[in-house]
Design a protein around this ligand. Structure first.
Ligand code: AMP
Length: 500
């Protein structure tokens, strides 16, 4: 199915399946007909604030928030989801980069939205979702959207302390959807069980996958991931057939042996992305959900999903018999995308040798929003290539295998974190003269080592909570009279790790 825009997908599904649920959460559901009507109403309001401009969506994780995204796109603009639980200071920093022409919020969050120091217009979903439809005028706006137009901006952790806004075009998502259609057999009967936050691009798969196939996105209650037995019951009840989760979420189920209480029987696609899936977690899932298709998807926000590995039936059986072991590859570039692996002299590596992965082609984001310098540094060359910072190697089958990061970016509970962002936040605090954040991979713990005035953990947490989201909060703080330095006078992280 060749579609020219995500709004064309929405229109097609609303025409083919008007009564079917498009987006649902625990408390509400929107049919395709309702979704189209809601998106058109919101689009009719949004378009009066400008075209191809950013609109912030400050809402809780609900079916309505996803409908608001589509409303923004219908109105010819692009959206930026803002996490309602993020500290005010970080939201303010994001808003100062984004400078949206409009902020959409809910009645419930309106008071908080007004405390973010944003001086532009703030409108409530409840009001604008009932606004009059602009009819042909709106049609003309939606028809004018093409693949190069921006669809969303997602902010990821930035090493300097300022989050980076990754601007992604419609084309990247449409290319991915076409690849999904070519590679799997999703239909309008599928139910995508959403786990990822809406401000994380893994959820783009759920929102637009549902739209493209006329399927349903079922937002799984985030709190159920702390009660996985309840989660499995819920997935059964809601008929979840497919998901794309971060491996950490799959790990929760495995570590608590949840499937001894019951298995989500309708599940036929188990897909994961965002970090390495530990082998024992994969084995546990294969053993309990052997009938599903397993796929490892890879890609930084800057390239959305750019490579993929789909496990064949033979391999699945061999893994169940323990004849094949080891981590899954991240596979090959998806449709119209290219992968190049270069050594430190920028020369292509040979099979088996480690190098840094550069990606090119249709998966590439437009760049970092309002940051030309960073865009030029990270998306260099002609044709453009994105330098991922991930170390990989080619295996003998011509598949890519993920090895490690080149820098201080980590994944913690599925979240992408630049340790530098935590350090920048800590350095801005009173009494801290130097610091370094270390990730303890084994214990999955962030440790902040600092010099200056020794402080109580509670005191440090309180000050940091104003600046950092909960998932970036160090679990442990270590005071040092002085932090170790190397011969060049730079912080010696190796030595610091040794001293811990
Ligand atoms: P994010 O921008 O949050 O999607 O994070 C991107 C980073 O997550 C990548 O640069 C990798 O380091 C890591 N990552 C993403 N997908 C995978 C995967 N399938 N396997 C291993 N690491 C991954």
């Amino acid at each position: 199915m060749a579609v020219e825009s995500v709004i064309a997908c929405l229109k097609a599904s609303a025409q083919n399946f008007p009564e079917k649920t498009a987006f649902a959460d625990k408390d509400r559901a929107l049919t395709y007909e309702e979704l189209l009507r809601t998106a058109r109403s919101i689009g009719s309001v949004v378009s009066s604030y400008g075209l191809r401009c950013p609109v912030a969506v400050f809402m809780d994780k609900t079916a309505e928030a996803a409908a608001a995204f589509l409303g923004v796109v219908y109105g010819g603009c692009f959206y930026c989801p803002l996490d309602s639980r993020m500290p005010v200071q970080r939201l303010m920093t994001i808003l100062s980069v984004l400078r949206p022409v409009l902020m959409i919020t809910s009645r419930e969050l309106e008071g908080r939205a007004r405390e973010l120091g944003y001086s532009g217009p703030i409108r409530c979903f409840e009001e604008i979702s009932q606004a009059p439809d602009k009819g042909k005028e709106l049609d003309a706006i939606a028809d004018g959207i093409d693949r190069e137009d921006p669809l969303y901006v997602l902010f990821t952790s930035g090493s300097t302390g300022v989050p980076k806004g990754v601007l992604v075009s419609e084309g990247v998502v449409l290319n991915y959807l076409e690849w999904l259609e070519e590679s799997f057999s999703f239909t309008h009967r599928d139910v995508f069980g959403n786990q990822a936050p809406l401000y994380f691009d893994v959820s783009v798969h759920d929102i637009y996958g549902a739209l493209y196939f006329g399927a349903r996105m079922e937002i799984l209650p985030p709190s159920y991931f702390s009660f996985p037995v309840k989660l499995v019951d819920y997935m059964q009840e809601r008929g979840v057939t497919a998901f794309l989760w971060v491996p950490s979420a799959m790990g929760i189920m495995a570590n608590l042996d949840v499937f001894s209480f019951g298995v989500p029987e309708k599940l036929r696609y188990v897909m994961f992305a965002g970090e390495v899936l530990p082998e024992k977690v994969l084995d546990y899932w294969l053993e309990h959900v052997p009938g599903a298709v397993y796929a490892n998807l890879y890609g930084p926000t800057e390239t959305f999903v750019c490579t993929a590995y789909v496990m064949g039936e033979e391999e699945k059986e061999a893994r169940l018999r323990k004849e094949i072991t080891g981590l899954l590859p991240i596979g090959r570039p998806i449709k119209d995308s290219q992968a190049i692996v270069l050594d430190e002299h920028l020369l292509p590596v040979k099979e088996g040798e480690a190098g840094e992965l550069y990606m090119g082609g249709s998966c590439l984001a437009l760049g970092y929003y309002r940051d030309e310098q960073r865009t030029a540094e990270s998306f260099a060359g002609s044709p453009r290539l994105y330098r991922t910072g991930d170390m990989v190697r080619w295996n003998e089958k011509g598949e890519l295998c993920y090895l490690s990061r080149r820098d201080d970016q980590i994944k913690h509970m599925g979240y992408r974190i630049e340790l530098g962002e935590i350090e920048a936040a800590a350095l801005g605090m009173e009494g801290i003269s130097a610091c370094a954040c270390i990730y303890d991979e084994k214990k999955k713990r962030l440790i902040l080592c600092y010099a200056g005035r020794e402080q109580e953990k509670k005191e440090l947490e309180k000050a940091l909570a104003d600046k950092l989201p909960a998932y970036m909060m160090p679990g442990h703080f270590c005071y040092f009279p002085v932090l170790p330095q190397n011969a060049n006078g730079k912080l010696d992280r190796k030595e610091l790790r040794r001293m811990l």
